[in-house]
Design a protein around this ligand. Structure first.
Ligand SMILES: CC(C)(COP(=O)(O)OP(=O)(O)OC[C@H]1O[C@@H](n2cnc3c(N)ncnc32)[C@H](O)[C@@H]1OP(=O)(O)O)[C@@H](O)C(=O)NCCC(=O)NCCS
Length: 200
């Protein structure tokens, strides 16, 4: 039985695994980058460590098999990343000037200010969502978004945005179906937003 519930600290390893297994534009990223830690260290673990109250998982027999991670106030989150997360991240991931995929992600991870999009006043929240393949296509993604929208709205966020990889066409179709719309600053149409009072 799959059940959506709040994140618990004991889910942290499962969150890591889900992030890696869905991290290459929705496909398994195991072995893709120089270390599998890199994607979770940017897109998942800082969220569950710094903002666990707005993290939810799909629990199947006691294991997290999917998650949605969000923050109601991206600006405040970026400040916390800068002071609480980046020192460890920068020590773990030195920057070089090569143009490898690994280095490009490291550059993103060391630049949390990339999240301060022009529409931030209107869309102050942002999110990440990933489900293992066996849970996809069963309505769990829609229910996770619904759950997070309520949590963000109750914390005062009027709208949420996210960015997805342009080649992740499945994610694009999902977001469009739920009512997310491209933001004006998006050159690729893959930076999308939705009001938190939307019926999804
Ligand atoms: C993208 C993802 C979060 C969607 O979650 P999901 O549980 O598979 O989606 P749902 O079953 O809740 O689908 C909700 C609606 O979107 C539609 N939808 C979902 N994926 C779709 C696709 N690939 N093409 C067309 N429609 C799609 C569904 O048909 C459904 O519409 P309906 O309720 O009107 O029938 C999930 O598949 C996933 O985690 N994929 C791998 C990781 C990933 O890409 N994450 C996003 C990174 S930005």
């Amino acid at each position: 039985m799959a059940e959506i519930r709040p994140y618990r600290a004991s889910d942290r390893d499962d969150v890591y695994e889900i992030c890696v297994k869905t991290g290459k534009s929705g496909q398994d990223a195991t072995g893709w980058l120089d270390t599998d830690d890199l994607l979770p260290d940017i897109y998942a673990l800082p969220y569950v460590d710094l903002a666990p109250d707005t993290a939810f998982v799909v629990d199947v027999n006691g294991r997290a098999r999917g998650y949605i991670l969000g923050v109601p106030d991206t600006r405040a989150f970026v400040e916390r990343l800068r002071t609480e997360w980046l020192p460890g991240f920068e020590a773990k991931y030195p920057l070089t000037d090569d143009e490898s995929a690994t280095q490009n992600f490291i550059r993103d991870g060391r630049n949390p200010e990339r999240m301060l999009i022009p529409e931030l006043d209107d869309y102050p929240a942002h999110l990440h969502i990933d489900l293992l393949p066996e849970l996809q296509g069963q309505g769990q993604g829609r229910m996770l978004v619904r759950t997070l929208l309520q949590a963000l709205a109750s914390r005062g966020a009027p709208a949420v945005y996210l960015e997805y990889a342009p080649d992740n066409v499945n994610a694009g179709a999902f977001y469009e179906r739920l009512g997310f719309r491209a933001l004006p600053s998006s050159t690729t149409g893959t930076r999308v937003g939705l009001r938190t009072d939307a019926a999804v």
